[in-house]
Design a protein around this ligand. Sequence first.
Ligand SMILES: *Cc1c(COP(=O)(O)O)cnc(C)c1O
Length: 444
Amino acid sequence: MAERTYGFDTLQIHAGARPDPATGARQTPIYQNTAYVFRDADHAAALFNLQEVGYIYSRLTNPTVSALQERVAALEGGVGAVACASGHAAQIMALFPLMGPGANFVASNRLYGGTITQFSQTFKRFGWECRFVDFEDTSAIRKAIDANTKAIFCESIANPGGYITDLEKIGKLAEKEKLPLIVDNTSASPFLCRPFEWGATQVVHSTTKYLSGNGTSMGGIVVDSGKFDWIGAGKHPSMIEPEPAYHGLKFAETFGPLAYTFHGIAIGLRDIGACQSPMNAFQTLLGIETLSLRMAKHCENAKRVAEFLAGHPAVEYVSYAGLDTSPYALRARKYTPKGAGAIFTFGVKGGYESCLKLVDAVEIFSHVANLGDSRSLIIHSASTTHRQLTPEQQAAAGAGPEVVRLSIGIEDAADLIADLEQALDKACGTAAKPAAKAAKKKKK
Ligand SMILES: *Cc1c(COP(=O)(O)O)cnc(C)c1O
């Protein structure tokens, strides 16, 4: 693909998009359309047999959604992608071709709270078992793997603990064990981190966050590197054995590096039906056009706010890999050299009650259960997103009672700092003028 040779900023605007063949429209049109007219009966038969690629019905494929799939695949350096209704749908879709009743996968215990709930509760009903392990401990990962293990799952920048996974180490382990490594790259975005370069074989995103970027559209996507050797591994019947719903077709043998993507569309979207709407795909395509510009500003602002908080008397600690004091600072330089993202947590000295006062006192920050918006967001995880978890799970996920999570937007950093300063004053009764002044001086 010639597109591979273009830079990121070019790809984020052009990959997957071409002038509309019918009208010449330059921006990708919203194909708000359900079904597509077959040229003739032979054409219809070829499409249904997967002998020809084309459009049948928008649960499977849609031109606007296809443009999004191609664009994100190009940005991640993958061969194909399947867009879904949400990030959580993408996680089901990513695992669906690999799993079956009685199968298990090994996941990091540092994950988005909603993901932990989905993996530990709902997946049980499919007969899928998730084994949570501390990914700092590679021997524990190896111990959790057995003959029924089908995949390894982690996040690049783990949300919300300020944790960066040692992707290269986990990638090598996965390769040795002949297991796919699925990385949730939501918090980093492909601009900051490219998991395929470190051994991931699949990437999932909640496109709801940085990719759409403005807090308008739910969505998810599964990207395939095309590098996993399904036949060699011999572990995933859906990928290698005859598929009864397509006259005994074998996906890996027939489609080679595109097997996983084709399975995702032809089986996953067909039967799970969690497709992305054309309107949301359009909004997400628009968002991606400015991804690199936004991510650079998100990271710059996050660093300034984190430095301010680190010097504030009411703040116990700041967990941000972009600070030199973070235990993950070196990993951030390796895996996210353009910035450590813009989502981080900090500990408030007053604990649970002060955190509740703080989220009520902010003015620019919005108290919402979302991330990766252009506007700055705040949430107290223990009383909201992580309240379904046990105290042990909360602590492992970096969401204890004193923890406040910020998603730093692209406003003026000085305004964000002033807002947090006045809110901390109200929540903790601590004047913090000297710390704020020091932080302001540094930025000049
Ligand atoms: C938001 C999020 C999800 C879930 O995505 P939805 O689009 O809300 O379904 C999964 N992983 C991470 C890291 C997230 O931030």
